[in-house]
Design a binder for this molecule. Sequence first.
Ligand SMILES: O=P(O)(O)OC[C@H]1O[C@H](O)[C@H](O)[C@@H](O)[C@@H]1O
Length: 297
Amino acid sequence: MTTLAERHPLIETTLPSTVTLSTGEGGLPRLLVDSPSATAEIYLQGAHVTRWQPGRQAPVLWVSAESNFAPAMPIRGGVPICFPWFGVNSAGPQHGWARIRDWTLISATDDGTDVRLAFALSDSPETRESAWPHRFDARYEVVVGTRLTLSLSVINTSDSEFTYEEALHTYFAVADVRKMSITGFRGLTYSDLGETGFQSEEPLRLTGPMTRNVTGATGETVMTGPFRQLRLTRSNAANTIVWNPWAEQAATMPDFGDDEWTEMICVETANVGASWVRLEPGETHTLATTYEVGLLR
Ligand SMILES: O=P(O)(O)OC[C@H]1O[C@H](O)[C@H](O)[C@@H](O)[C@@H]1O
């Protein structure tokens, strides 16, 4: 008898015993990782990581109870991949099409400590007719263990240079966003809802809606709440975006519960706006981030 994975068109590799393919919410295919160090869930649409639980800890990522799970609809939560543009584009979907396209699983291994999954997305007739028509190969590596590492590599396979924006738009689950403090931005410039400035010595705290784009963070970003600490590192990312819609914007989003905004914070690892990536033919760029969680009590 063949398994679901063996006959699924988006699975081009054998799976270790710690990874299974199953039917998720809305009938969408998803991978479940269950290893001694962590469990995780990744939808093939968008190569979208929706759950990561190191050890027996509570989920580190947040997903809205109101999220859509449907073909070509973004999932509200987890780690949406924003590519090849970030934000609004009158000629295509907000944050680009990578998060709503099917990615192919090309490799899955378990070394006894970490489970490594590699997903691929390349240009297609649809993407070549989109607002970003270039030829490219993207690889997304997800390493599931006591840490979660995400690496998005893009290769320019066309014969001329191109530019793009990218973000790993991660939604973290928090006890109460109003009780979080975030360090790692001291002295860096930011822009936030039209205002620009420098991050002070004080940790960043949220007291209202925030869409803060901090430029130049290179060390650790540490998000501390009442019960746990989330530690984030990144490479090749000029921007770190901190987003919470607060009550008013949350109420306008059909796929976001009115009262859910207190439970989440997005801290996004990105190259957007003036920090877009430029690639010559044959060049590759890799954006990466790692998350680790520590319990405080
Ligand atoms: O609703 P989405 O398309 O998933 O975007 C979610 C959010 O992403 C970014 O952080 C933008 O700055 C916000 O304005 C936007 O609301």
